[in-house]
Design a binder for this molecule. Sequence first.
Ligand code: HEC
Ligand code: HEC
Length: 334
Amino acid sequence: MYGNHRFSNTLVLGLAIVVSAPAQQGRGMMGMMGSMKLPDAITSESNPLTPAKINLGRMLFYDARLSRNHDVSCNSCHNLANYGVDGKPVSSGDKGQLGGRNSPTVYNAAGHFVQFWDGRAPNVEEQAKGPVMNPVEMAMSSEAEVVATLRAIPGYRNAFHEAFPDSAEPVTFNNMARAIGAFERKLVTPSRWDRFMSGDQGAITSDEMAGHHQFMQAGCMSCHNGPYIGGQAFQKLGAKKTWPVATDTGRMGVTGNTADRLVFKVPSLRNVEKTGPYFHTGKVATLDEAVRLMGEYQLDRKLDDQQVTQIVAWLKTLTGEIPADYIRQPALPQ
Ligand code: HEC
Ligand code: HEC
């Protein structure tokens, strides 16, 4: 019922917004769509990926000894077996204290243009330094305390030497962050949507494709675009209609600029089916409701039930495969 012809029109319409036309001239539709596929690894020139560095990063990600009371690891709030989230509105860290924002997933996060809801860290390496010392997360008192903890564990001294063979003293706070970042750079979750974009038309049903059409028709793609369907820009929450709750000032807290009040990073919609509850507040429980609110507040459009259902059906094609071998918890160094 949904012929190829209509597929093409639908896709080209949406893609026109996200890719510059000249760059795409002479390339087929599959070429265009290829540019929206997830990469296998999100590489970085300043932090080249090596197996030893990734192995070290994986251990650190799971290690609760990086927290004051040895009871909170990165994985506590970004459970890798659960799409990189804890499923709570806001997370609890040191002594069960609650943070102020919902935990976003670490899957595919390395591909975002900046990290955190307010973009205060430029990349996953810099991001990884934050939670270890955040008083409501892992609550270590200083970089020196973190480094002393790691140096006291002989297995870590060896693992840091293997990961950073050129340094005389490889166990540093900076290298800890680089190793964690390297591990995160391969937390990518290709999904049925990528298979479809690689040319497997059977990977998506006609209902799901209709949802993609609705997503573009409604204008969602003006903010949620590229391979991560988001993660590439800041936008105001309540772009068309004032968002009712405005306790968190968002990006304004970073820039001090009042024009940035309630401005947040547009989140990636990869795995969004599995990463609720939604928004920086974690106060919206269902994906249907999140989509409806987006229509109303970001686009001034009242989406009907069918439109919402179809958009949600398409969003579910972005649910990827958890890389079970890659995330398997290793034995932690002694
Ligand atoms: C107590 C819960 C908690 C712990 C522990 C924790 N995080 Fe987070 N993480 C969060 C919350 C909440 C945010 C969002 C905070 C914000 O945007 O201000 C976040 C944001 C992130 C982001 C940004 C993702 C994005 O889409 O912007 C990454 C990456 C991340 N954390 C990785 C880590 C790593 C690596 C560790 C361990 C060193 C860690 N987290 C420990 C709760 C936690
Ligand atoms: C003007 C830009 C803009 C438009 C248009 C837009 N969004 Fe968003 N979207 C955002 C921002 C910014 C957020 C993060 C808001 C927050 O929590 O602070 C967001 C959050 C979301 C979330 C929650 C994700 C999460 O992990 O919590 C979903 C789902 C979503 N958008 C879907 C849509 C859909 C579907 C449409 C079209 C009907 C749409 N968006 C249109 C900017 C936009």
